[in-house]
Ligand binder design. Structure first.
Ligand code: ZN
Length: 270
């Protein structure tokens, strides 16, 4: 930006020099994380289209669904997100088309940011700051996830849970799903709730999945892809994997079978 005072180039040099010293003192080079290398199994990361907020500096186009990251997100993290959501939508081009038509997108934010740094969720209550993920509805068709979980850097849940699979399950449910299936999820939730299925491993009901039909579907999605933190106190042992869930609750299994691919795909961590 041009200075109003017409500051000379020499003076500007002094200012820049001072800034450089303070940067060197306050941010040690060792604090920077080591990003895994990108791979050829996903598209290269690009600059985002101009219609997205300036917070986003990185972008992968997942067949019409934008995967966005801030400047410090590793390129490989966006590639991992691409691989995960591409697999989840593999069977249902119609759901993808609805998501694309409604402007659905994914936001990945680096460890130096919080959920409230994501422009689409900046107005959330401050108490939500340290939550790793959240998803909006049709008016805000965004799933935001923290990079630490996605790529397993400084993440205590890595290897046991995928926040992106949970949040993208919400996005499919909230934004991409047809009304008949949406209604069927609600009925399946009420049946599971009334039959006291999915009791928590410890403590009193409800388990997290029994909070409401949205968490029911997102947790069931995690179980389908063996991506749930199933042995946590507030979750259920029946969310361990697809087989455990199907045996326990055939109704939600039938709905998931209609949406997601079968097979032994494991969500990528690298
Ligand atoms: Zn959720």
């Amino acid at each position: 930006m041009k200075g109003k005072t017409g500051r000379s180039a020499a003076n500007m040099g002094v200012v820049v020099g001072i800034l450089a010293i303070s940067w060197a003192v306050s941010v040690p080079a060792a604090a920077k994380k080591a990003c895994p290398a990108t791979r050829s199994d996903a598209p290269l990361v690009q600059s985002p289209p101009a219609n997205y907020p300036a917070f986003y500096q990185k972008y992968v186009n997942a067949n019409g669904i934008a995967i966005l990251g801030d400047a410090d997100v590793c390129d490989r993290s966006l590639q991992l997100a691409y691989l995960i959501i591409s697999h989840m939508l593999y069977k249902r081009g119609d759901i993808r088309e609805t998501l694309v038509a409604r402007g659905a997108h994914i936001a990945v934010y680096s460890e130096g940011n919080t959920l409230l740094s994501v422009p689409e969720f900046a107005s959330l209550p401050a108490a939500k700051k340290d939550t790793c993920g959240v998803t909006g509805f049709v008016k805000n068709p965004t799933s935001a996830v923290c990079e630490t979980n996605l790529i397993g850097i400084n993440d205590p849940f890595h290897g046991r849970a995928s926040e992106l699979i949970h949040e993208f399950g919400h996005l499919i449910h909230n934004v991409g799903m047809d009304k008949t299936t949406h209604d069927a999820v609600t009925v399946a939730y009420m049946h599971a709730r009334d039959q006291h299925l999915f009791t928590p491993n410890q403590g009193s009901p409800p388990s997290y999945a029994m909070s409401n039909e949205m968490e029911f579907f997102a947790m069931a999605t995690m179980a389908w892809f063996s991506a749930a933190n199933w042995n946590a106190p507030f979750n259920s042992v029946h969310e361990k994997d697809r087989t455990a869930q199907a045996t326990h609750d055939p109704e939600i299994d039938a709905i998931l079978k209609d949406i997601y691919p079968e097979g032994d795909w494991q969500y990528p961590k690298k």
